[in-house]
Ligand binder design. Structure first.
Ligand SMILES: [Zn+2]
Ligand SMILES: [Zn+2]
Length: 265
């Protein structure tokens, strides 16, 4: 399910959903799902246990996140009206599927988290860069740097012996050692580097979400009407990711500044 990010900030957005086994059927059941708000997510989390069964936790998630269904019938004959008491009539595998979807609507997935952290790091870096223009990817194309900067990710390593490009540090052609074509460091921390043109790694959906979080935070507003706990858990999670990364960068910068001042004394 792909949705607009702004709609995902609204805990009242309704998502129609058809279970996988029914997608080919003409008279399939459509379920209507909602993501969890912060309070609901917390209540559910408290019920969470490592049980294989979804159990109480799962039922609570369905209770909050399943808000209706259309065309649901027992044995395709007897129509079952929407009522949470009737959840037990949904086949267990479908219950699990609905549950998983409600949870994924309520969370920021790990890819998006990585993309957002990258945007925060990269914009922090750019804000200190003496020559930010050199990073526009059009510049790569114009100056014919797209290959040396590995813009498309197809030239991560190059073989020392035969000059072939490969995706691993061992050349598949001659088994020779291959070196990284580009290693661009953000800091001296372990693994704090990229091996592709930094601009080519920027994802627009992550820029959008980081901007939204910053805007909401600077204007001290909330994304939706209602109290803080009534906001979508998705927003809360995105906010936590952005602010904690920004805070840690700021902290590092101030620590470095203090050290430099101490040295001068
Ligand atoms: Zn580039
Ligand atoms: Zn080789």
């Amino acid at each position: 399910m792909a949705q607009s990010l702004t709609l995902k900030l609204d805990p009242d957005t309704i998502y129609p959903y058809v279970c996988e086994v029914e997608r080919e059927k003409d008279n399939h059941t459509t379920f209507f799902l909602k993501s969890l708000n912060i309070l609901q997510y917390r209540i559910c989390e408290e019920l969470f246990s490592d049980d294989v069964n979804v159990g109480e936790y799962g039922l609570k998630v369905l209770e909050y996140g399943l808000i209706g269904w259309d065309n649901f019938a027992w044995d395709d004959v007897e129509v079952i009206p929407f009522d949470l008491c009737n959840i037990g009539t949904i086949p267990y595998s479908n219950q699990l599927e609905l549950f998983n979807n409600i949870i994924s609507l309520s969370e920021v997935d790990s890819d998006l988290i990585d993309e957002m952290i990258y945007i925060v790091k990269w914009s922090d870096w750019l804000s200190k860069s003496k020559n930010p223009d050199q990073w526009t990817c059009e510049y790569c194309a114009e100056k014919k740097l797209a290959n040396t900067r590995n813009c498309d990710g197809s030239r991560t390593f190059s073989c020392k012996s035969c000059d072939a490009f490969c995706s691993d540090d061992v050349c598949p052609k001659c088994n020779g050692r291959a070196n990284l074509v580009l290693k661009y460091r953000f800091s001296n921390k372990v693994n704090d580097f990229v091996t592709k043109c930094p601009v080519s790694l920027v994802k627009t959906r992550a820029i959008k979400l980081v901007n939204l979080v910053n805007y909401i935070d600077h204007t001290k507003s909330l994304p939706m009407v209602g109290g803080a706990l009534e906001q979508s858990h998705f927003y809360y999670m995105a906010r936590t990711v952005v602010l904690s990364e920004q805070n840690s960068l700021m902290k590092d910068e101030l620590d470095k500044m203090k050290k430099d001042v101490d040295k001068k004394k």
